[in-house]
Design a protein around this ligand. Structure first.
Ligand code: EZ4
Ligand code: CO
Length: 401
């Protein structure tokens, strides 16, 4: 089964997506997601200029060899652009292999370890009444676990707060600037979780994302202050490249910790996993070298009692989401899957077969990934410049986020 073409498709139905479309000589089409939010065109160039030409004529079945060829062979290892490009190739080849086998992809990864995947949705609101309303709306949609984000008094614009549809990147010519003040935030958050628990009771799993904004000692204080509200996890509490920071946080709190949406290889996790400094691995299939590499990271993590919390915002395309669901269904140490619904135009471009029933996701029973890319719909929505926001302190200093 020889690769005949590898085409990079860029489409922006509700937001930008980069998809690799690999075709074999026996007519199978495999898809891989390579969307790197706000930096999409860098991966397009990497794939189109440097990777796609090397795929032509290769045996589509040789997934491991192709992965090593692209990773070791490039000499320049790791990094989000490289690893998103490798991920797209890897997922497209798994898609092809599973279609050739006539099985849904999870069967090739060991088969189902559970009947469905616990998913969490995003609730946010500027104040408690609107936050509660969002939580109720998500509960009505079936979600059994909820991420809670809210505004902080004194800050005008803060990341990830919206009602209804949530989109991390704006279609803007330059990043929007948002505000931050860690002391106000630290004062405000415990009361928010106290109120949410009082309203929704002790059972509902609640999650919270700090977006890398605190120092280790501030994060330690927040984790400790939130202990009475029994969080499912506290995400990205400190800047992610500093693995040692979480050692300090860990010494002070039993609130479970999750990190890794900006990581791209197992090496980003080495200390975190071996020294048991985290509880959940947040990497996306799309940003971590595909199913082949993320599976390795997660199986390693599993030996330390650490579970998966695969990244699933709207910037993970339906192709990337389907790959996460197949991996999550097969994996023994699955924890939870982030799931934000895509818009109607995205669902028109990417015809999906995964389901979300009673709060549980399932990748479906179609052979392969179970996603079809409608090329004529994709063409209707050309790339649009978009950026993630940046974050500044009140005195104008650029801050972590
Ligand atoms: O900032 O998807 O946990 N989810 C998040 C997201 C990420 C964006 C980055 O592309 O933190 O909102
Ligand atoms: Co996050």
């Amino acid at each position: 089964m020889i690769i005949e073409s590898a085409e990079v498709v860029v489409t922006s139905p509700d937001r930008n997506f980069v998809t690799l479309r690999v075709t074999t000589d026996d007519g199978l089409v495999g898809l891989g997601d390579a969307t790197l939010n706000g930096r999409e065109q860098s991966v397009v160039a990497y794939l189109a200029e440097h990777v796609a030409p090397l795929l032509i004529g290769r045996d589509a079945h040789r997934i491991e060899d192709t992965w090593q060829f692209l990773y070791r062979g490039a000499y320049w290892r790791r990094g989000p652009v490289t690893m998103a490009a490798i991920a797209a190739v890897d997922v497209a080849l798994w898609d092809i292999k599973a279609q050739a086998a006539g099985m849904p992809l999870y069967q090739l990864l060991g088969g189902a370890s559970r009947s469905g995947l616990l998913a969490y949705g995003h609730a946010s609101g500027p104040d408690l009444p609107s936050l509660f309303e969002e939580i109720r709306r998500l509960r009505g949609d079936g979600y059994r676990a909820i991420r809670v984000q809210t505004s902080v008094p004194g800050l005008d614009k803060i990341y990830g707060i919206s009602t209804g549809h949530y989109e991390p990147a704006g279609r803007v010519p330059a990043p929007v600037e948002e505000d931050w003040d860690s002391r106000s935030y630290l004062r405000h958050m415990p009361g928010v979780f106290e109120a949410v628990r009082a309203e929704f009771g002790p059972e509902l799993p609640l999650l919270h994302d700090v977006h890398h904004r605190l120092t280790p000692i501030q994060a330690a204080r927040l984790g400790k202050a939130l202990e009475p509200y029994d969080l499912f996890w506290l995400e990205d509490c400190t800047p992610a490249e500093d693995q040692e920071a979480l050692r300090l946080v860990r010494q002070h709190t039993t609130t479970p910790l999750a990190i890794g949406e900006v990581f791209n290889t197992v090496h980003d996790y080495r200390t975190l996993i071996a020294d048991r400094l985290i509880d959940y691995v947040r990497s996306a299939v799309t940003h971590t070298g595909g199913i082949t590499h993320l599976k390795r990271i997660l199986e390693y993590a599993g030996q330390y009692g650490i579970r998966s919390g695969i990244h699933g915002p709207t910037d993970i395309s339906p192709v990337g989401m389907a790959a996460s669901l197949h991996l999550g269904l097969a994996l023994h140490n699955f924890g939870i899957q982030e799931y934000m619904k895509h818009g109607a135009r995205t669902d028109e471009v990417f015809q999906q077969s995964f389901t979300f029933v009673d709060g549980l996701l399932h990748p479906g029973s179609q052979p392969g990934l179970g996603v079809r890319l409608d090329l004529s719909s994709a063409k209707k929505y050309p790339y649009q410049t978009a950026y993630l926001p940046i974050n500044r302190l009140k005195d104008g200093t650029v801050h972590d986020w």
